[in-house]
Design a protein around this ligand. Structure first.
Ligand code: SF4
Length: 214
């Protein structure tokens, strides 16, 4: 069956080492035991392949901490599908993890940035020295040839003013894209939308025009 579907998202785990205040996965409590069993992941990927889907986006939590990540990447390639890892990028600062990814059949990486300074990174993630690690990760990734690397930023009240610094951070020859997205409300345990970190969209647009188009 071919429904002209191009991509599918697969949430492989719940754990994340960051604690972004606007996190879409907050209600999962970042459960360390929330890894998807490998056989189930394969079954879902196979189902997607049978529908004619061409690309699997692996998300979490933070999918670089998923215990079966390399098996899943391999399996996706056996189905003639492309794989993309959507990640906070922290683990790519670890050279042995980076080298394993480099030698894998992964097709692309979507790296979500949280800020443009140590202070901003700590305010967003609650992890000490995160910015230093992120810079090391970007440096490692800039040497990749076969795997495409792009970056994204959720524009929040915390990082809006620093968007130029953030863009400068990833201005490497190997960067394929920088995607800017609006912060959206998160839903708390009582089902109430929380908008504390959302700048007004008009303010965001004015700022982007001012910084990049004027
Ligand atoms: S890096 Fe992603 S999954 Fe982790 S806390 Fe931040 S938004 Fe949530």
């Amino acid at each position: 069956m071919n429904l002209n579907l191009t991509g599918m998202w697969l949430t492989v785990n719940r754990f994340c080492n960051f604690r972004c205040p606007w996190c879409y996965a907050k209600s999962t409590k970042y459960n360390k035991n929330g890894d998807m069993p490998l056989e189930l992941a394969k079954k879902i990927i196979k189902f997607g392949a049978d529908l004619g889907i061409q690309e699997v986006m692996l998300i979490g939590g933070e999918p670089t901490y998923y215990q079966n990540i390399f098996d899943v990447i391999d399996f996706i390639s056996t189905q003639n599908m492309k794989s993309t890892l959507v990640t906070n990028g922290y683990r790519f600062s670890d050279i042995s993890f980076f080298n394993k990814i480099k030698g894998s059949k992964l097709d692309s990486i979507g790296f979500s940035l949280k800020g443009g300074s140590e202070e901003q990174y700590f305010a967003s993630t609650k992890v000490k020295n995160a910015y230093m690690k992120i810079k090391a990760a970007i440096k490692n990734l800039s040497s990749l040839k076969k795997i495409l690397v792009g970056y994204s930023v959720v524009l929040s009240k915390e990082n809006l003013e620093n968007i130029e610094e953030i863009a400068g951070l990833v201005a490497t020859d190997s960067t394929k894209w920088l995607l800017l997205s609006f912060c959206v409300p998160t839903i708390n345990d009582d089902g109430i939308p929380i908008k504390d970190h959302m700048p007004a969209q008009s303010e965001t647009i004015e700022m982007l025009v001012d910084k990049f188009l004027n």
